[in-house]
Design a protein around this ligand. Structure first.
Ligand SMILES: *[C@@H]1O[C@H](CO)[C@@H](O)[C@H](O)[C@H]1NC(C)=O
Ligand SMILES: *[C@@H]1O[C@H](CO)[C@@H](O)[C@H](O)[C@H]1NC(C)=O
Ligand SMILES: *[C@@H]1O[C@H](CO)[C@@H](O)[C@H](O)[C@H]1NC(C)=O
Length: 440
């Protein structure tokens, strides 16, 4: 059987597929399942604040990066217990548009690859923050179902409790943010690669949040978790979507080019030039990890990551996180990298306009001459571009956007731009293909 027939059968069997804009099945699948990953600071985002300066947006994204990393749990399993089930701030850099319920109400959800649940604000609101699209009201949808306390689905909810035999969730973030309410099932619709065409997935388990507070940036309806945990969107749709997804982030989110998130067969990354590294899941099995062995600067000597003996495990050492802007490296590796890099840049350092970025030069991103870094992951060498590692902070100041961390290590989204990145949980590999993402 051809892949085409397989896909058709899988779609017919596992989805009650329909489209609310008159699309034929063949068309949907030729177009693939793909959604725009909208950077929160792009003018097309509902989170866009026209009153902010580019410098403020950058400072905010850097602050968000540090808030996220500070909230990741410790690397060593012995450093548990984890008081919270969600380890990050309810925040991030990218949103996607999806539709919910029998009436296909549009919502904007923050996508998070380290989050393992889906939740959104629901009417009736005991406490809701302002969001751009109308808040979903389950009473207006014929496909909404509460989940009973005795169901298996309820048993898999972290921090669950029970009210009148309706399973309840309570998502508490380390930042103090909370979303709580009914655990329910509903139809979620995702876009295809064809404009305004959507495919619906029935009975997706999610949190219908009637109490939502402490969320610092508003406009989005909630979180769409893409993590490896049982209740993420990607895990729930794993059979329909072949257990894989990919994304391609454009370089400049101010432009009209869009970043993409693809699911299913369209998420296979295999063109010539693709490199792959094993996908790991961390000590708790709930995050996407890679194993970083070292870094080299220009064509120079490779700096190895000296793994502390007690951390040596086969779970990977760097979290791959779509929602964090910066990249955070172990202090030892970072220190060696910094001295090698700065010794090779023949420019005068300037005082950093942002305290948390230390290495800055008076130059522009288009003219600065810096050696290219290569990340050596197990089995995959990834050569970063200048704009994966340096960022314009002010008109004539650029700073190095990789920073040291004493906690978790993160491969952030700036360093992922202009790579097509495929996360394949069937094969347990992450693939990278250098790509002009604005042309994909
Ligand atoms: C970012 O964080 C720093 C220190 O935590 C703070 O001084 C600054 O005001 C924050 N910037 C923004 C834009 O929130
Ligand atoms: C779901 O449960 C809530 C109480 O938690 C209730 O108010 C609502 O009517 C229920 N909805 C349905 C469709 O059963
Ligand atoms: C942004 O919105 C404008 C008008 O609403 C639209 O023409 C344009 O295609 C959008 N751009 C992207 C990248 O979605």
């Amino acid at each position: 059987m051809t892949g085409y027939h397989n896909l058709l059968i899988v779609l017919l069997v596992t989805l009650s597929i329909f489209c609310f804009c008159d699309i034929s099945l063949t068309k949907a699948q030729n177009g693939g399942i793909g959604v725009e990953l909208i950077h929160r600071d792009s003018p097309n985002s509902t989170l866009y604040n026209p009153n902010e300066t580019p410098f403020q947006r950058l400072t905010n994204s850097i602050n968000r990066s540090f808030r996220r990393i500070n909230h990741f749990y410790p690397r060593k399993l012995e450093e548990t217990p984890y008081p919270q089930e969600e380890i990050t701030d309810a925040n991030g850099d990218f949103v996607i548009k999806y539709a919910i319920g029998s009436k296909h109400l549009f919502q904007m959800g923050l996508v998070d690859t380290v989050s393992n649940m889906i939740w959104l604000q629901c009417q009736y609101c005991f406490s809701c923050y302002k969001q751009y699209f109308p808040i979903f009201d389950p009473a207006t949808s014929t496909t909404y179902e509460n989940v009973s306390c005795s169901s298996d689905a309820c048993g898999s909810i972290p921090n669950r409790y029970c009210t009148a035999n309706v399973c309840q969730y309570q998502m508490k973030y380390v930042s103090g943010a909370i979303s709580a309410g009914d655990v329910a099932r509903e139809t979620f619709s995702l876009g295809t690669n064809e404009p305004n065409k959507f495919i619906s997935f029935p009975k997706v388990l999610f949190g219908c949040g009637h109490v939502n507070s402490g969320i610092t940036s508003t406009s989005f309806a909630g979180i769409v978790g893409l993590g490896p945990g049982l209740l993420s969107l990607t895990s729930q749709l794993r059979n329909s979507l072949f257990n894989k997804f990919s994304y391609c982030l454009v370089r400049a989110y101010e432009s009209n080019h869009v970043s993409k998130l693809n699911f299913g067969e369209h998420a296979i990354v295999s063109d010539p030039g693709t490199v792959s590294t094993p996908l790991k899941y961390g000590p708790k099995g709930d995050l996407y990890y890679l194993n970083l062995e070292g870094i080299s600067v220009g064509g120079g000597k490779r700096i190895d990551h000296e793994v502390e003996a007690d951390l040596a495990n086969d779970q990977g050492n760097v979290i791959i996180d779509l929602a964090t802007t910066l990249t955070f490296l172990p202090q030892g590796l970072y220190g060696a990298l910094e001295s090698e890099l700065t010794s090779r840049i023949k420019l005068e350092r300037v005082r950093s306009p942002i305290r948390s970025l230390k290495i800055c030069y008076k130059s522009t991103l288009n003219s600065i001459e810096v050696p290219r870094l290569t990340l050596h992951f197990t089995g995959a060498n990834i050569m970063l571009n200048r704009d994966n590692t340096f960022i314009t902070v002010k008109d004539d100041v650029v700073c190095f956007a990789i920073v040291p961390s004493t906690g978790s290590f993160v491969y952030g989204n700036l360093a992922m731009r202009n790579f097509l990145i495929g996360i394949d949980r069937d094969k347990n590999v992450v693939s990278f293909l250098p790509t002009d993402c604005s042309k994909r």
